[in-house]
Ligand binder design. Structure first.
Ligand SMILES: Cc1cc2nc3c(=O)[nH]c(=O)nc-3n(C[C@H](O)[C@H](O)[C@H](O)COP(=O)(O)OP(=O)(O)OC[C@H]3O[C@@H](n4cnc5c(N)ncnc54)[C@H](O)[C@@H]3O)c2cc1C
Length: 394
């Protein structure tokens, strides 16, 4: 099908939380935006994730972005007319051995310098505040301003808000070609859409490496699927989103309880995920390991029944830091991907920062640690992924 290309100031590829939040903030700055999403908005990692809106445990270089995102999460009803079931019940990080406890205390102490206030708790103080914890827990740090939210609601709510602000959001639009035509980018979908714009923003999650490869920007992404499960509803007893730190990574379970009563549990060991099928598999042995760990930290879970388990497709960079910023090679090309299992909390601020960068030429928050040019040539996107995207937009 040949159509005259639609024109916009910015074309965005990928409608997860990064793409929709960027579309919202760009539209609020008066930029015309067309966002192309292969499936449905928020259907991939942004909709399948655990829902932790936490800052503890992040590298300090992410904290300015995470702190700004924390503010935006608190303002969601005013910002996007939806609270996305975000609850400000804090984030509790617990240590399961003394070495992990020492690290947790050091982190919480040093994090104060980057704007994160966490209360260190141990012994009776910890157990009287959180009586559901087992004796296995040695210490905890509690960050009261964080919380958790419903991922299934969040991407679509940002997408609707972006559309209300004037962005054109196109679902079921698989981008199969993106290239330069004179001063503009031209983007085509398998369904016959053509869009021309001087700015291209790639927010295609785990699929982004192949796009970056089209423009010769090295962007190595390993694709994996964290695994999650949900219990039947239990009486509400756990407030904070909770994650365990341990010297043995197989003990690093995390969980949260929604106000309806269900507990969502995640933890060690990722399963296989595919950018070709868009699916991530649940490995039963990982699930059993996570549930055993969860029971050892919260003994009452021994009586809970699991009603569903799932996984999601996420892209991990070699340094576990995202790729955010302008392409070092191609003017007008911007990236926000590679969030390595921790992008949900950052999403609102990433959208705001991308809009500032594209519209105003500078980010109010340092993006130095996330520079797209930081990976060596040898680590360029896999040829197989590139071929697959060219062949069938997968
Ligand atoms: C199981 C799981 C648990 C997680 N838990 C947490 C957590 O608790 N807290 C946290 O902060 N982070 C968490 N994360 C990470 C977080 O979900 C991601 O980092 C974040 O959602 C990434 O958002 P995104 O918009 O970059 O990617 P995505 O949500 O994957 O969006 C990318 C979009 O691009 C689209 N796309 C791909 N190719 C094309 C194409 N050719 N044409 C058009 N569109 C295309 C895809 O369909 C997709 O919708 C978790 C991730 C997973 C998978």
């Amino acid at each position: 099908m040949t159509r005259k290309p639609a024109e916009a100031d910015v074309v965005i590829v990928g409608g997860g939380i990064m793409g929709t939040a960027s579309a919202l903030f760009l539209a609020r700055r008066g930029r015309s935006v067309i966002l192309l999403e292969r499936g449905m908005i928020g259907r991939q990692a942004s909709g399948t994730n655990f829902g932790a809106v936490r800052r503890q445990g992040r590298p300090f270089s992410q904290m300015p972005l995470a702190n700004r995102s924390r503010e935006l999460w608190w303002q969601l009803p005013e910002l996007i007319s939806d609270d996305c079931e975000f609850v400000r019940r804090g984030h509790l990080r617990i240590a399961l051995d003394q070495t992990a406890a020492d690290k947790l205390v050091t982190y919480a102490t040093e994090a104060r310098h980057v704007g994160l206030d966490a209360e260190i708790l141990s012994g009776n103080a910890l157990r009287s505040r959180f009586p559901w914890l087992s004796q296995k827990v040695v210490a905890g740090s509690f960050s009261p301003l964080d919380g958790h939210a419903n991922p299934r609601l969040t991407g679509p709510a940002f997408g609707r808000a972006a559309a209300r602000a004037g962005a054109r959001i196109v679902e079921n639009a698989t981008v199969v070609h993106a290239g330069r035509t004179g001063p503009d980018f031209e983007v085509e979908t398998a369904e016959g859409h053509r869009v021309r714009a001087p700015v291209l923003l790639l927010t295609a999650g785990a699929w982004s490496a192949a796009f970056a490869g089209l423009f010769a920007d090295p962007a190595p992404l390993e694709v994996r699927g964290p695994q999650l499960s949900v219990t039947e509803p239990l009486p509400y007893f756990i407030g904070p989103n909770t994650s365990a730190a341990a010297t043995n990574p197989d003990e690093s379970v995390y969980f949260r309880q929604v106000e309806r009563g269900n507990l969502i549990i995640g933890g060690p060991r990722h399963g296989p995920a595919s950018i070709r099928t868009g699916l991530a598999n649940v490995l039963p042995e990982n699930l059993l390991l996570q549930l055993a760990q969860a029971r050892s930290v919260v003994p009452v879970l021994a009586r809970a029944r699991i009603i569903r388990s799932w996984s999601g497709v996420e892209g991990y960079t070699p340094d576990a830091q995202p790729v955010i910023g302008a392409s070092p090679r191609v003017a007008g090309l911007y990236y926000a991907f590679g969030f390595s299992g921790a992008g949900f909390q950052l999403g609102p601020a990433v959208g705001e920062v991308m809009a500032a960068l594209i519209d105003g030429g500078a980010s109010p928050i340092s993006l130095e640690a996330f520079a797209p040019g930081r990976f060596p040539e040898g680590l360029s996107a896999e040829g197989a992924a590139l071929r697959s995207i060219r062949a069938k937009g997968g």
